[in-house]
Structures are given as C-alpha cells and as structure tokens.
Design a protein around this ligand. Structure first.
Ligand code: HEM
Length: 457
C-alpha cells in the first residue's frame, strides 16, 4: 500500500517507511557526546532514539556551556515530573519566553506559575471545554465542507491541520474571525514565531533579539502586531463589559490568589499567546499522525466509522475506539516528543548524578516505546487503551504532574470532533509512495509534509 510500508493487516505492525522512530539508525553523533551539540541538534530525534535503544536509563550530553541529561525510562520520567520544585521549567534564558513571556508554559518562577495555574484551571475545566464545543464544531464543519468540494481531494495533511487548529483556537479565543484577527494570527505568523524560537533553541550562541537583523526586525514587528491586536480586544472587552462566552472572557474572569485579583493586561496577553501557540501545533501534529494511521489501517478506519455513525451526536469520546486510536497515535508519534526541565539543585536520577542547572530532557518518544512497559511497542494496537492508560510515567503525551497539559480536554474534544466528521464523510487513503518521516524539535511533524487522499462517501 502506498505510503504504508511492510506488514500485513492482522499483525498491525507499524507500517511506515521512515523507520526513524521504529528502529533507530546508527547515530550520526555519538551519544553521550562532548561538545558536539550542533550535529546532535541536526538530528535530535535519531540521536536520542539511538541513545535510548542502548538500554540506558539516561544519557548525558555535554552541550558546550550546558549539561544535558536525556531521560529514556518511565521510572525516571515519573521521578522528574512528580518533583516540580527540583525539576522546574527552564530558566529565564528559555527562548520561548521571548514570545510567551510568563505564560504557563514558559514561566520559570514556580510560585507565580502556581498562582496563575490555579487561576486558569476553570478556563480549561470540563465546563470551559464544553463551552467551546459549539464553536469548534462550526470550525470543523467549515473545513470538512471545503475538503468535500470534490469527489476526491488530495490533502496536504499537516498544512491543513495547522490551518484548522489555528482557526479553532483563535475563534474559541476571540469568538470572531475576520480580517483583524486572521491578518495577525495566521499560519504564516505562527510558523515564523515558532521557527524563530526553535532556531534559538538550536543555536548555542544567538545574537540578541535587539540587534536589528532582518529576522529580528520581522520578529519585533510580528510581536508588536500581536500585542496591538490582543491589547486592543482586551481594552474593548474591559470597556464594554459585554460577554462573548469565549476563552478570552474566561481569561478576563479568572481570579488570582487569595485577594481574587483579575489577571493584569500583560498576563492576559501572555496567556492568550500561550494558549494559541501551545494549542495549535501540538494538536495539528496529533491529528496529522492519527489521520496517517487511519489511512494505513483501513480496517480500524472502518470500525471507527461504524462507531461514529452508531453514536448519533458523537458527544461522548471516553471509552470509544476513536479515543483509543487517538491515544495510540500519540503513543507512537508523541506531538511533544521531549519535555524540558531544569535541575534547580544538585540531585540524582537512579544512579545518575544530575548537577544543578542541567537541562533535563524527557525523551517521551522512547518512554512510549519502552519494551519493559509496552508489549509490541512498535505496533499500532489501539485496543491496548480499551481499559485506560497505563502505569505512571509510561504514557506522557500531555506530560504528568503539576505541569500536565492544561489544554488536554480541549485538545481531545477538538481532535474527536474533527476525526469523527472526517471518517463519517470520507474514506482516507495514503497518497504518496513514501510515508512521512518524523522530524522533532518542539513538536513532532512530518519532515516534508505529506499527502492523503479523501474520497467522499
Ligand atoms: C494534542 C494536543 C496537545 C499536546 C500533545 C500537548 C502536550 C503538552 C505537554 C506535553 C505539556 C507539558 C509540558 C511540560 O510539562 O513542561 C503541555 C503543557 C501545556 N499545554 Fe498542552 N498539549 C496539547 C494541546 C494543548 C491545547 C489545545 C492547549 C490550550 C488550549 C494547551 C495548553 C497547554 C499549556 C498552557 C501548558 C502549560 C501547563 C503548565 O505548565 O501549567 N495544550 N502540553
């Protein structure tokens, strides 16, 4: 079958051409490695997969001025995620802060983060997610209707999923589309900002953003227009007091600390950008790999279609085959393949010493295929999730512990609605002869994009 290499249906061994995740190639870098950061970063995913395949629990990488520790096993991952004071968010030099400021994802100050996290919990609660369901369903219907314009549509999957998730999160945030929002919050802007941040993560030494290079000037201008947009809408809302029932309303209603203070305008701005940027690429990645797997396993696709059609309104996702397919897809292709932490004091992980200041990278992709935990770890077996998710530390698409993804419910709702509508309307089949090759930095994406064919049913 095009794009889905090897294997036969009944065994459901993973069918994809790349093999990068399934079977690590001999590394282009040695791991552990001293002073070889550039090459490591050129092929991060392969290097850390290879290190994991050596059976080590952790690998040390001396990355120039910074010591890095990659964690490959569940027990150590659990130890890191459950002690958020010892293993905190990376410090103020984290390039994500250039865009997201002190929003939940990049806030390095534990106490400030905790106050905000408690204040924002209601925004992403079950009720908050339920309030966003109608808008999300409208965005789903618009996008799938566009793909249904012809009998057979050749979909550039990753690009389409990015457009869909960005549209969803910005419409749920501002409850309006239109030029003022889409002119500023669009896939090009978002891709530029993420690329800017990723390059700075990859570069050991980067020019300060204040140096007026062409990219730095574009970066400053992009941030200025986002800030103007957000502050403008927030100002209008505060002045009019009108309620729109969107995420921004919920952010403005959030109350911080014992005194119950509202978020400052600066904090609202940081959380708006954090929600948009944390929520769109990750969800697009998860949808991309799930559609790919559904295309490769038509018998699973058929079963999901039967389930969706039998369920009527499709309200409940919990316990369904569709949910298991999404979980299994995020196990094989975790949208956030690494989770970064920084040791706030000298400590240890199993027998490994971890010095204060070390960057600790949880190798989620390896943890998800740890043969000690997962039977047939490289196979696509959604039924393994029929009875819930496994033991602590071994399944981490949304992280775990205090920093666990606050948008998990939102993401699952959005994915469920899109996938249910797609399988109901279309047969999904692979298009290209080669399958997508995963590429990882902040998120796991197909290296050169890839296509699927949607045939209208
Ligand atoms: C499939 C989609 C998604 C995946 C795989 C994902 C994954 C993750 C992961 C692994 C973390 C933990 C990072 C850490 O421990 O440092 C995280 C945190 C976070 N995510 Fe998500 N995410 C997704 C969707 C979303 C959405 C839709 C939103 C917003 C609506 C969101 C907002 C956040 C925020 C704000 C945090 C920071 C939480 C904190 O540290 O308090 N995410 N996400």
């Amino acid at each position: 079958m095009a794009g889905c290499a090897g294997g036969t249906l009944p065994t459901r061994e993973l069918r994809h051409d790349s093999g990068v995740l399934a079977a690590p190639r001999a590394p282009r870098v040695r791991v552990p490695v001293v002073g070889d950061l550039l090459r490591l970063r050129a092929d991060l995913l392969n290097a850390i997969q290879y290190a994991a395949s050596s059976g080590a629990e952790v690998s040390h990488v001396d990355a120039g001025s910074r010591h890095m520790v990659f964690v490959h096993r569940s027990a150590q991952a659990d130890a890191v995620l459950s002690d958020i004071r010892t293993f905190g968010k990376p410090d103020h030099k984290n390039p994500l802060r250039l865009v997201l400021g002190d929003g939940l994802v990049s806030n390095p100050d534990h106490d400030d983060w905790l106050r905000r996290r408690r204040a924002l919990q209601p925004v992403y609660s079950r009720a908050g997610v339920a309030a966003m369901r109608r808008t999300t369903a409208e965005v789903v219907a618009e996008h799938t209707a566009r793909w249904a314009g012809r009998d057979r549509t050749r979909l550039s999957v990753y690009e389409e999923m990015l457009a869909f998730t960005l549209d969803t999160v910005s419409r749920c945030m501002f409850s309006r589309s239109g030029d003022s929002v889409s002119g500023t919050v669009n896939p090009e802007t978002a891709a530029f900002l993420l690329d800017f941040v990723e390059r700075r993560i990859r570069k050991p030494v980067a020019l300060p953003v204040g140096v007026p290079t062409r990219r730095n000037r574009r970066f400053a201008a992009t941030l200025r227009s986002l800030d103007t947009l957000v502050h403008g809408i927030v100002g209008e809302r505060r002045a009019s007091g009108r309620h729109h029932g969107d995420l921004l309303d919920l952010l403005l209603e959030a109350r911080v600390g014992e005194a119950g203070e509202p978020l400052t305008d600066a904090a609202v701005r940081d959380e708006v950008l954090t929600t948009i940027l944390a929520g769109f690429e990750t969800t697009a990645s998860a949808l991309t790999w799930t559609l790919y797997l559904l295309a490769c396993y038509p018998e699973v696709q058929d079963a999901v279609r039967r389930e969706v059609r039998a369920s009527g309104d499709g309200e409940a996702l919990r316990g369904t085959l569709l949910e298991s397919v999404m979980y299994e897809s995020m196990r094989l292709f975790p949208p956030s393949p690494t989770i970064p932490r920084q040791a706030k004091r000298d400590t240890s992980l199993g027998s490994a010493e971890v010095p204060e200041g070390a960057l600790v990278m949880l190798n989620v992709a390896a943890v998800h295929r740890d043969p000690a935990v997962w039977e047939r770890p490289d196979s696509f077996l959604p039924e393994r999730f029929a009875h819930g998710t496994p033991e602590k530390g071994s399944y981490l698409p949304f992280g775990a512990g205090g920093h666990m993804c606050i948008g998990k419910g939102f993401a699952l709702m959005e994915m469920g609605l899109l996938l249910a509508d797609v399988v109901d309307r279309f047969e999904i089949s692979p298009r290209d002869s080669a399958g997508p090759e995963p590429k990882a930095l902040i998120t796991l994406r197909p290296r050169d994009g890839f296509g699927l064919t949607l045939t209208r049913l």
